[in-house]
Design a protein around this ligand. Structure first.
Ligand code: NAP
Length: 281
């Protein structure tokens, strides 16, 4: 069997067009949805990410502000900037790009963002809202994965989902979202004794590890849906995921590619969250 591709670029295009329509309706009422992106330091990957986020905002009719600071910015000064953005009515979403320099406590900075503007969904209040099933901002990457499942009209009720990875930004929120949609969820991590025994039982597998070939064809039940969150580089420097794509696509029912899968969806869900923040405000 050759799996059907879940195309993150195509789905993003469709969702971003919907964002543009809703943003234009808000602008007609005198409100331009605004995102502030704060970057501290010179991390090359972070610079690419923030550029892409700012460009995506512009393309969808959202206002964006990029604040760049030297790596020597003090924690107190960064907290003061976050507070100013919390009080700025033209800004509906605030994103502080991680990682931050070592002298800054990232948790403290994220907690300083108003939960009403926490469009990354990393604030403890957002995590708590997801856990108890209350409205709040969902972290963009797992939220994008849920949209990918929705796009294939996949009913999670009665299905077994296996999430590989338990980070606060991907694995854990992913598991909670799948649970909320009535899947039976198993979370695997570096201490899992027999990963293959788990994944072979899965109707849905989400790989969010950060290591190439964590999931190979012999670990996948025929017809399973495989979502690859990982972002790695192969020996040739080419972007690849956690999944052995060429092998797994012959077994799975659906699969997401890397690049062109979860990556574009993450930025798209940031736009969706920012728009929703503006609509709520
Ligand atoms: P992370 O914080 O490093 O977490 C990785 C998780 O994988 C940890 O829970 C770890 O277990 C687990 N793990 C490590 N080795 C394992 C193994 N051999 N078997 C099973 N589990 C294992 O990473 P993250 O932030 O969640 O990101 C994961 C990947 O997704 C990275 O490649 C990242 O670049 C990518 N990512 C992509 C996007 C996107 O937009 N496409 C967004 C975010 C992240 P322990 O907890 O036991 O250490």
């Amino acid at each position: 069997m050759t799996a059907q591709l879940i195309d993150g670029n195509a789905l993003s295009k469709q969702l971003r067009a919907e964002v543009a329509v809703r943003a234009s309706a808000l602008r007609a009422r005198g409100i331009t949805p605004g995102l502030a992106v704060v970057l501290v330091g010179e991390n090359p990957a972070s610079q690419v990410y923030v550029r892409n986020k700012v460009k995506a905002c512009e393309d969808s009719g959202l206002h964006s502000v990029l604040e760049k600071y030297d790596a020597s910015l003090s924690e107190a000064d960064l907290l003061a900037r976050v507070e100013a953005l919390n009080n700025d009515p033209s800004i509906h979403g605030i994103l502080v790009q991680l990682p931050l320099p070592a002298h800054i406590d990232a948790h403290k900075v994220i907690e300083a963002i108003s939960p009403a503007k926490d469009v990354d969904g990393f604030h403890v209040a957002s995590a708590g809202a997801l856990m108890v099933g209350q409205p709040g901002f969902w972290p963009c990457t797992p939220y994008g994965c849920m949209k990918m499942l929705e796009s294939i009209h996949y009913d999670l009720k009665g299905k077994h989902a296996v999430v590989i990875g338990r980070s606060n930004i991907v694995g854990k929120p992913m598991a909670l979202m799948l649970l909320q949609k009535n899947a039976t969820v198993t979370i695997c991590h570096s201490g899992t004794a027999n990963l293959k025994a788990m994944t072979l039982q899965a109707d849905v597998i989400v790989a969010a590890v950060g290591k190439r070939n964590v999931l190979t064809a012999d670990m996948v039940k025929p017809g399973a849906v495989v979502i690859d969150v990982g972002m790695n580089r192969n020996e040739a420097g080419k972007l690849c995921g956690d999944v052995d794509f060429d092998g797994v696509k012959e077994v799975a029912g659906y699969i997401t590619p890397v690049p062109g899968g979860v990556g574009p969806m993450t930025i798209t869900m940031l736009l969706v969250n920012t728009l929703e923040a503006a609509e709520r405000a």
